[in-house]
Design a binder for this molecule. Structure first.
Ligand code: CMP
Length: 142
């Protein structure tokens, strides 16, 4: 199992001024921040990031939402990072998320669910490289 995952604090959370509270939950759970930035995605970048969902009925609205304002991608490190982070954020639909999870605490709906987490080690590596160069990551590993 790998020790890295990609989180994104999504545009709904940025708009609602939740960046600080969400980062506090993440670091309190023992994750180390290895790289972080605030970016406004364009259609190509958001569409490429969510390419695996291209055939899903919610794909266009997902891309529209992810381009609606800035978001905060974060490369995180912890043992068993992918599974540990998914546990911390809870189910995709906040109505189904466990008490104490980030989505349960802050999210409004399944489509606007405040935070993204990679679903496998393989996708974590792909997703981290979507936002961060090798140089940006290496600088923070020294
Ligand atoms: P995320 O973890 O970023 O990965 C894919 C996203 O698609 C997911 O979070 C949700 O925001 C969104 N999503 C997944 N399923 C649905 C759905 N049934 N309806 C709307 N949005 C969805």
């Amino acid at each position: 199992m790998g020790n890295r995952t990609l989180a994104i604090i999504k545009p709904d959370a940025v708009k609602n001024n939740l960046i600080g509270q969400i980062i506090k939950e993440i670091t309190s759970a023992g994750f180390k921040i290895k790289a972080m930035k605030m970016v406004r995605l364009n259609k190509d970048s958001a569409g490429g990031f969510y390419e695996v969902h291209k055939e899903r009925p919610f794909y266009n609205s997902l891309v529209e939402f992810m381009t609606s304002g800035p978001c905060v991608p974060i490369a995180l490190e912890k043992d068993n990072a992918v599974a540990e982070f998914r546990k911390l954020i809870g189910a995709t639909d906040p109505a189904e998320a466990a008490e104490g999870t980030i989505r349960k605490m802050f999210a409004q709906s399944k489509s606007e669910n405040v935070v993204h987490g990679s679903d496998s080690d393989e996708n974590a590596a792909i997703e981290i490289s979507h936002f961060f160069s090798r140089k940006e990551l290496l600088e923070n590993y020294q």
